[in-house]
Design a protein around this ligand. Structure first.
Ligand code: AMP
Length: 317
């Protein structure tokens, strides 16, 4: 597991209120533990106690099936805060009807071991019922920034993401929350939501962690067959080509996108959802490359949807 020898692990379930547990793992020959809260009340109680001791609270929201990308966020949180909370919640509100909510991997025991081994203090792993009551009629929608890119192909997705993040921010009350550049539009939308709603927390965006062939690490990569996994490398290859063309002086986005499309079209298993070059802050489509641009791609390989992006700063090239 990530080059680390785990020689033992387990969960001690101790009922306190509605749920409470303690996961331990032997990590680098040391016994380490993480507290697990299944209820909002219990999560709040743990965080309140840490804050009372003057801790700066760091928060990493996830849907679990943790991998090296998530671990990079956890490491950043451990470095920049005194008490680290990771949430593990597969949020039904951000999945469309024909999407993979049911199949989404949920290896909770393994996730708890990873959290324990990487210095997380508290895992908040609520049920759907805990997070959404039947009376829930309040939703958070961010306008404009959610219209292009993934917003176009996944109606309602960002409303689900923003609502769950707003709820999690209100539960955890962190000083700083960590998101991945891998989901660039999500990070931009959440930053905007936090600013517009005067949420008292800082949003830090961490770089995308990639496989050796460039494929962005994702919980969904495990859906890919061996052949599909090889084909998926073309996604980063087309983004690399985009950067190369821009750095060589190309400015017409149409020309760059045509070249990117050609790379993806050469792989028969890949179905292109979108290839876009937009302003990295406003997400407005660009005809001419200028300033900081975000090149973003979404594809399907079989039933698996993959997204990736790069930022190129023309001013700083
Ligand atoms: P998810 O569990 O997919 O909702 O992701 C939780 C957080 O991890 C989000 O902020 C993602 O952007 C981030 N993340 C996912 N994959 C990566 C990666 N390969 N590199 C960096 N961050 C990532």
């Amino acid at each position: 597991m990530f080059g680390i020898s785990v020689v033992g692990s387990g969960t001690i379930w101790v009922r306190k209120g509605r749920s409470w547990a303690f996961t331990w793992v032997v990590f680098l020959n040391k016994l380490v533990c993480v507290e697990v809260a299944g209820t909002i009340e219990s999560a709040r109680k743990h965080v309140r106690a840490a804050r009372a001791e003057g801790a700066r609270i760091g928060f990493v929201p996830t849907m679990g099936a943790l991998h090296v990308g998530h671990i990079s966020l956890i490491e950043a949180a451990v470095k920049e805060s005194d008490y680290v909370v990771v949430s593990i919640f597969v949020n039904p509100a951000q999945f469309g009807v024909a999407e993979d909510f049911e199949e989404y991997p949920r290896p909770l025991d393994r996730d708890l071991e990873i959290c324990a081994g990487h210095g997380v203090d508290l895992v908040f792993a609520p049920s759907s019922v805990e997070m959404y009551t039947s009376e829930n009629v309040t939703w958070v929608s961010v306008e404009k920034l959610t219209e292009p890119l993934c917003g176009r192909s996944r109606p309602g997705h960002f409303r689900g993401v923003c609502t769950v993040c707003a709820k999690l921010f209100n539960i955890v009350m962190a000083d700083v929350a960590f998101f991945g550049q891998k989901d660039a539009q999500q990070a931009i939308v959440i930053k905007r939501m936090a600013a517009d709603l005067n949420m008292p927390l800082e949003i830090v965006v961490c770089p995308t962690v990639r496989e050796p062939d460039g494929l962005a690490v994702s919980s969904r990569n495990q859906y890919l067959s061996g052949g599909q996994r090889k084909d998926a490398a073309a996604v980063y290859e087309c983004l690399r080509k985009c950067r190369e063309m821009i750095l060589a002086g190309a400015v017409q986005t149409e020309t760059i996108i045509t070249k990117m499309r050609k790379i993806l079209k050469a792989v028969p298993s890949i179905e292109i959802e979108y290839i876009s070059i937009v302003d990295a802050e406003t997400l407005e489509a660009l005809e001419i490359v200028r300033g900081r641009i975000l090149a973003a791609v979404a594809v399907k390989i079989g039933p698996t949807r993959l997204i990736d992006n790069i930022v190129v700063d023309i001013a700083g090239k």
